[in-house]
Design a protein around this ligand. Sequence first.
Ligand code: FE
Ligand code: FE
Ligand code: ZN
Length: 279
Amino acid sequence: MSGAFIIGCHLSFSKGFYSMGADAVSIRASAIQFFTRNPRGGKAKEIDAGDVAAYNKLANDNGIKTLLAHASYTLNLCSADKRVRDFAEETMADDLKRMEFTPHQLYNFHPGSHVGQGVAAGIDLITAALNKILSPEQTTMVLLETMAGKGSEIGARFEELRAIIDGTRHSEKLGVCLDTCHVYDAGYDIVGDLDGVLEEFDGIIGIERLKAIHINDSKNPFGSHKDRHEKIGQGSLGISALARVINHPALRSLPFLLETPNELEGYAEEIALLKKLRE
Ligand code: FE
Ligand code: FE
Ligand code: ZN
């Protein structure tokens, strides 16, 4: 089968867009994920229009197709503490404003942890926040990440993501990012029955909502609810299951982003490996 293989990994944004693009080019990546700011959610780096313009040319010349910004993973839209929720809301709203410097890209976030308030209450808080944050003018597609179900994380079940989408007014701005480590840890058997899991996803969420894949192996066994990523082929998913993911007809045109424990050199090797496995 043909069609461009959009593959990349998580890179550092600390020196700006152009530097990040140069890193991507050096490892033959055609997609980039980055944290919009320090994972602890501090002040974001000022965006420089010249840096963005230089990046755009580099990306264009080198076939980089996708930018996937990842929200700080410490943000929690459904915390029990209103100050924590407000901070997450303000930070995400600011991130989305900044995303318009690179329009029509993707912004991924972890739905949140309900910290004992219960799943339904957590989902209500998440949708209330999204109803403040999302605007009809934004060009960015916001992605809910499928989670492993560690602690009180919301989003380990497809039904929970569906409920968030249903409660959100501008749900045309919402999609899903499927993390292979997380869904396997959550108890979706993408090793033994990828077709069955994708049918379930389609029935509950709709496959057209799926906009990106985090392609990771897992350090832990099926259903462990742990969320610890492993290098490609060295974990419980294994190389043949991950090869089926990148080649599946329903997934193959999506951007694939590695979040494996690697530096640039290790990412270069995994990108080369996955390209070899692409049919
Ligand atoms: Fe994530
Ligand atoms: Fe992920
Ligand atoms: Zn993870």
